[in-house]
Ligand binder design. Structure first.
Ligand SMILES: NC(=O)c1ccc[n+]([C@@H]2O[C@H](COP(=O)([O-])OP(=O)(O)OC[C@H]3O[C@@H](n4cnc5c(N)ncnc54)[C@H](OP(=O)(O)O)[C@@H]3O)[C@@H](O)[C@H]2O)c1
Length: 334
């Protein structure tokens, strides 16, 4: 895979990255997660499975990997694999995130009231998790992101947090944030304006943009124009833009995707990913595949050479951001 500069950050990344949200823990919200992970969900079994997928991703040329403190053992699986494969910087780039703590204790179904992950965007959590991330990924943490920054959490106004992030940035770490929810654009616009010690604080933004929710596009273009690296997550809408979606209400859209998939000789998931890659603001699109076959199908997105603008071909795909995120909030951990 070709390498491209990540924003104006002087590191070089592949258009497709691998996200480890589904690989680091037995429970996640993606469609069919439980089924696709297979039977052995012990930590050892999942570590071996993650290493298999990481090997495959590496052999396919993927050079950007995305983790978070709250993705169960994702950082640890990645850290062990990098050492075993003897991969050295700058061959690989790894981003992780702080701000959520994994609390599911390797369970998939939790008793009423107990959470899979707990959010706290405080200086105490940042101070603790940066040490944990660096300890787990020694010498391999290139980018550290606030996990799902929102206006309500106040994290973008928290001077102690911003000062600490500036200190880490000045010591050589790239600093980013991820955003989620119907308000992504407003958070991106605010982050873009934050300066510390006379320099823009955030080097990158990770956001959801896909055929169903295109609401962050203008803000992401502004971030890209300013030189921030842009990472797209949830490009196949947590499985809704893949063959796993057999919801009869989605049939019309699926048939349209399938006709393009047939035309370009790829799967529907590759069409969804290729539509993301075609956007001028995109540096990296994450595959969230937990199965080798799915990752292979996702990578086919790079083979699609659009003859027409995919957003014209799939013009009626977008949902309102509220409808999209309302649906997502109903997706069950499995
Ligand atoms: N707030 C944040 O910062 C945040 C939030 C969400 C995600 N992320 C990052 O973004 C990455 C990707 O997001 P995501 O996994 O949530 O969503 P996603 O990439 O939109 O969806 C991944 C789902 O699509 C399925 N899939 C892909 N190709 C398929 C195919 N050909 N056939 C059937 N199913 C297919 C996968 O199945 P299998 O798993 O079975 O392969 C998985 O269930 C994550 O790993 C994480 O790194 C960050």
């Amino acid at each position: 895979m070709d390498l491209y500069e990540f924003g104006d950050n002087e590191i070089y990344v592949t258009k497709i990255g691998l996200g480890l949200a589904a690989l680091g823990r037995p429970g996640y919200i993606n469609l069919g997660h439980d089924l696709h992970l297979g039977k052995d969900k012990s930590a050892e079994g999942m570590s071996a499975h993650a290493a298999n997928i990481l090997d495959f991703a590496w052999d396919q040329g993927i050079r950007y990997f995305d983790a978070a403190r709250s993705y169960g053992k994702a950082e640890a699986f990645l850290g062990d694999w990098v050492i075993k494969r003897n991969i050295v910087e700058p061959e690989i780039n790894i981003g992780s995130k702080w701000g959520y703590t994994y609390t599911a204790d390797w369970q998939v179904s939790l008793p009423e009231g107990q959470k899979h992950e707990v959010k706290e965007h405080s200086i105490e959590v940042l101070n603790r998790q940066i040490l944990e991330s660096r300890g787990t990924l020694p010498g391999h943490l290139d980018l550290y992101q606030i996990h799902s920054a929102t206006l309500e959490s106040g994290v973008l106004d928290n001077v102690a947090v911003l000062e600490k992030l500036a200190e880490l940035r000045e010591a050589g770490l790239l600093i980013g944030l991820s955003v989620s929810g119907a308000n992504q654009a407003a958070v991106i616009e605010k982050a873009l304006r934050i300066e510390m010690h006379g320099q823009r604080l955030f080097d990158s933004i990770q956001a959801t943009w896909n055929l169903l929710d295109q609401s962050a596009g203008t803000a992401l273009q502004a971030a890209s124009d300013a030189g921030m690296g842009v990472i797209i997550k949830e490009a196949v809408a947590n499985g809704r833009l893949t063959p796993s979606n057999n919801n009869p209400k989605f049939m019309g859209k699926m048939l349209k995707l399938q006709s393009l998939a047939d035309r370009y000789n790829v799967g529907v998931d590759a069409i969804a990913l290729a539509a993301v890659i075609a956007q001028p603001f995109v540096d990296i699109v994450l595959s969230g595949a937990a199965k080798k076959e799915h990752l292979a199908a996702n990578i086919k997105a790079l083979d699609v050479e659009w003859q027409d603008d995919p957003l014209d071909l799939l013009a009626d795909f977008g949902e309102s951001a509220d409808a999209y995120w309302g649906f997502r909030s109903q997706m069950a951990w499995n």
